[in-house]
Design a protein around this ligand. Structure first.
Ligand code: GRF
Length: 216
């Protein structure tokens, strides 16, 4: 069966991109990366894509007079590459309602918190300051409001005594690298449906265990 064609949008390090590259290296994975698009020429993620032999494009927001022409150029590059699902992976430009609508239910994002808690930046610091016992990451369909939209999957990590922002960020990132390929797989298998702005997932083989923190 044809694999779902992904376009991955990055601005930097690209560790989530790497997780998708690694997952798609397995021919049984139901999606492949057709294009990695960066708005920054020096994004480390571009190197990762080149190393994996994946097509890259640099569409710099600075090269365009305004956001509509920038987003039009990105859309053209993605469509020329045959992209069917756009994955934001550390893409640091806010997208306009036009772009979000154009790619409606074909555009997903990974965010480093358990949404709807902590949208925006500095999520790990804010989780520590708030004193929540669990933190984590979310993959969701993108809507016009920032870090908003039907939730496809989440991974939770317990916050530990003495945690630092960096230690927590590392622990969450490890889970991001599991969650993003899983969410893409579920979509590519046709198991995710948006109904009344909630993502429904069919065919879940097992139910996860509840977790307490503190454990006892
Ligand atoms: C990740 O923490 C992701 O959740 C957020 O931006 C960061 C990107 O990291 N949206 P990387 O570029 O994938 O390493």
């Amino acid at each position: 069966m044809a694999r779902l064609k992904l376009g991955v949008l990055i601005s930097g390090r690209g560790s989530n991109l790497q997780a998708l590259i690694d997952a798609a290296a397995d021919p049984a994975f139901p999606a492949e990366i057709a294009l990695v698009l960066s708005n920054k020429a020096d994004a480390l993620g571009l190197e990762r894509a080149r190393k994996a032999g994946i097509a890259t494009a640099i569409v710099s927001h600075r090269g365009f007079a305004d956001k509509p022409t920038f987003e039009q150029a990105m859309t053209e590059a993605l469509e020329t590459a045959g992209v069917e699902l756009v994955c934001l992976a550390g893409f640091m430009r806010l997208l306009s309602p036009w772009f979000v609508e154009h790619w409606h239910d074909r555009l997903i994002n990974i965010h480093p918190s358990l949404l709807p808690a902590f949208p925006g930046l500095d999520t790990h610091r804010r989780a520590l300051e708030t004193g929540v016992r669990f933190h984590g990451c979310t993959v969701h369909y993108v809507r016009a409001a920032m870090d908003n939209g039907p939730i496809i999957g989440q991974a939770a990590v317990p916050i530990l005594p003495g945690d630092t922002e960096d230690a927590l960020a590392d622990r969450v990132l490890t889970q991001e690298h599991r969650l993003y390929p899983l969410a893409v797989k579920l979509i590519a298998e046709g198991r995710v449906r948006v109904v009344d702005e909630r993502a429904e997932i069919t065919g879940q083989p097992t139910a996860p265990e509840p977790v307490l923190n503190p454990p006892g």
